[in-house]
Design a protein around this ligand. Structure first.
Ligand code: ATP
Ligand code: MG
Length: 201
């Protein structure tokens, strides 16, 4: 599961847990994104801080792990490179699923790497109840036993409980002095307050 995780919140955690359950996965690997190219964006915390908060948020779940792969890379990573590296690390027998929000999956599928990605992993697109699935009907949401059109990735749509939480909203709440408890894990909230992220960072 890739993301900026600036910061990680319960929307991400519920999505990961639901994917684990609905698809019978062994493990969810959280992959915080590295430093984005537009470095002047002070809103986005350094990769190390986003990585740390992701570790804090997932520490109690034995099925959740956090990867340093993108965080440790100097250049921004392309999803296809990350997936290739994971495939190499875990072996060809391992089935990889790319978990993401439905909004993001739509973008990825229109990337130039979509065909290559389709050979490497399956997509799980998380939607919230009420989110229009119309767009996906045109895609390749096919049962397991049906062959896919050549070069088209398999995309499963997973509906998750409605959680109108976003990192953007959490950062705004922090700046405006509103509480963020029950939107992010307690340890993450404590760390944000301790470091004064988005206030004088
Ligand atoms: P920002 O507001 O800064 O864009 P975000 O909350 O969207 O942050 P990201 O780190 O960008 O968080 O998200 C990582 C992935 O998690 C994306 O694919 C996104 O669509 C998905 N996601 C984010 N929030 C939720 C949520 N509340 N429920 C389900 N999926 C979510
Ligand atoms: Mg987002």
């Amino acid at each position: 599961m890739g993301g900026t995780f600036n910061p990680i919140h319960y929307g991400h955690l519920v999505t990961a847990q639901e994917a684990l359950y609905q698809f019978g996965l062994d493990r969810v690997i959280f992959m915080p994104a590295g430093q984005p190219p537009h470095k002047q964006d002070k809103e986005i915390l350094p990769p190390e801080e986003r990585y740390l908060m992701t570790v804090i948020a997932t520490a109690s779940n034995p099925n959740f792990v956090v990867s340093r792969f993108e965080v440790d890379r100097k250049a921004p990573s392309y999803t296809v490179d990350t997936i290739k590296a994971l495939k190499k690390e875990h072996g060809p027998e391992t089935n990889l699923y790319f978990i993401t929000g439905a909004d993001a999956v739509w973008e990825i599928l229109t990337w130039k790497d979509a065909e290559e990605l389709s050979k490497l992993c399956t997509f799980i697109a998380a939607t919230r109840p009420g989110y229009s699935l119309e767009k996906f009907k045109k895609l390749h949401v096919l049962p397991d036993d049906q062959p896919l059109p050549r070069g088209k990735p398999r995309v499963y749509v997973m509906e998750i409980p409605a959680l109108a939480i976003s990192s953007t909203d959490i950062r705004r709440r922090v700046r405006e002095g509103h509480p963020i408890s029950y939107l992010v894990p307690e340890g993450v909230a404590n760390y944000i307050h301790k470091c004064r992220f988005w206030i004088d960072y």
